[in-house]
Design a protein around this ligand. Sequence first.
Ligand code: GLC
Ligand code: GLC
Length: 655
Amino acid sequence: MTHSIDIERESQITYRRLFPRLREACSDSISADPKGWEEFSERLQRHFPSLFQHYLALYRDRYDFFFHMEDLLFSLARAWFQRPDDLRGLDEAREQNPLWFQSNQMLGGVCYVDLFANDLEGIKSKIPYFKELGLTYLHLMPLFRAPEEENDGGYAVSSYREVHPPLGTMEQLAALAGDLREAGISLVVDLVFNHTSDEHIWAERAKSGDEEYIDFYRIFPDREMPDVYELNLREIFPDEHPGAFTPLPAGEGPGVRAGGGWVWTTFHTYQWDLNYANPAVFNRMAEEMLFLANQGVEVIRLDAVAFIWKELGTSCENLPGAHTLIRAFNAVARIASPALTFKSEAIVHPDDVVKYIAPEECQISYNPLLMALLWNALATRKVKLLSQALATRFKINPETAWVNYVRVHDDIGWTFSDEDAAILGINGSDHRRFLNEFYRGRFPGSFARGLPFQENPKTGDCRISGTCASLAGLEKALNEEGPTEVELAIKRILLLHGIILTSGGIPLLYLGDEIGTLNDYSYETDPAHKADSRWVHRVKADWDLYTKRIDKNTIQGQVYQGLQKLIKLRKAYSTFSGGDLEIISMNNDHVLGFIRRNTDGQAIVFVNFSEAAQTIPSLIFDQHSIEIKEKLHGASNYVAGQEFVIEPLDFSVFR
Ligand code: GLC
Ligand code: GLC
């Protein structure tokens, strides 16, 4: 029986024991920076109970708990003393305004450094463009040192402290963070903390047989344990390797012990899952995180959060330990880099997605459900699943925010809840099959040109790759149809973006989409990419096309300027800040309606997903006590007391 302890009391005792040792160890830094020490120790005292509680929950069974706890505090203090003054200033500002990310001024963008602008200097030269677009948040896709050939778009990190050489240097990244901040843009990067590449120094040491580093990963001498684990595991990248383990060639370190051996690799064979049951792994990763925060990174995207904690006999996804672990990391940030905001990347069942969202865990989170259901509504021309999700699953802790997006660098997974679908009479797996057929362009009448991703014949699972424009019909319209269809495709693109810009939370643009970038099939001839269809929507920016954005007579201009209007609308009305949203039941399957209300007023949004005009009885307005004063956006007109006719694929906003 584990005997229960009074956490509060034990936390105080531990703090009282550790604090003098820490002060002693830091004496030189303290004399050099007494004010810094004062700030640090104040925050340490404030947040130690939460750090202790989570750390203890994870590692209480370790005989060497106290050693690791102390080691962690030393790391925190070291990182704090290295934290530049301007970032310490930001720390204070964020503590005073923790809800900064809920502002209607917020607009996110995400891109690959090399594909968008070759390297970090190139990104710097695009700052005027980011400002023109209205960005206040820029996520640069993983830019750390990674294996030369296949590296999963940088998600196989070989060093968290070095920029991938072709892209630039860490000094350049830190300088860029400062330049961006000056331009009102927060830098966002990934903390790829579930795994490292097999070329990371930790992996190299494990390969060479160093026991300390073998314990950094989940390495087994034979198939016995992997087989037992796999009874309950999902296959994430079945195209690449079955199951979740990769054999280690005999002759490498752990292999020498075992004549082979197996390493846990949830994703690709060259991405080795870290072993967070080992507190040393937590401590080293906390150091990497604080290092990045000290370069000026303001938001870290916690990659693949669902997978970080593993327990035998479970699916090893979304376990309570994953939450404890993130909360412990969050406490680390609150102590040593309080400006840092956490963003969750959990592309899982909606019940699980929300569990990562809390002020003490991830303050912001991707909203994969909204994304998937936007595409669902576009294909079916029906809004019931979308409307239901917005009514029942959109509300989150008022101190947090969704990151709403239409496309990102990944595939579209149909992560809606089967239970929700069943309530509406929809069979989840049949419907997913339909959606995959539709977006692959195989369903009769489909406007989409997408590709399957990780189709698993064993389970029937499949996801979809493709750019926003190609999935919304622009590629087919341009190649096979004509101006009418082109116009419809552009309306679809704008309507989807209209929703993410007005529904609440941070809208995130996948850069390239703002000028209607189409699929690029050249990845099929690149040996490092051809097996991964996500590269079809990871397109090199064509700056000649970008220059056309100012010309309304071009496709680029129509998409870009249409989007600009929506962005201006968002930024002009503070009603669009925060996250409160009320769904209007429209009595029309094709039209989504919602109201945004706050102390600054109200905005009413109607979206017609059908290619035909739709009629809304005036009764709806009475039922929801909607009084319309002014049209803010859209092609449809409203006359009080009359039925409201909403134009095909229109995105209309009133107040
Ligand atoms: C995340 C990334 C994805 C990557 C995976 C493994 O889900 O978004 O691109 O393949 O993690 O790191
Ligand atoms: C899986 C993972 C998600 C990742 C994606 C990459 O769906 O759950 O984290 O982004 O694969 O395609």
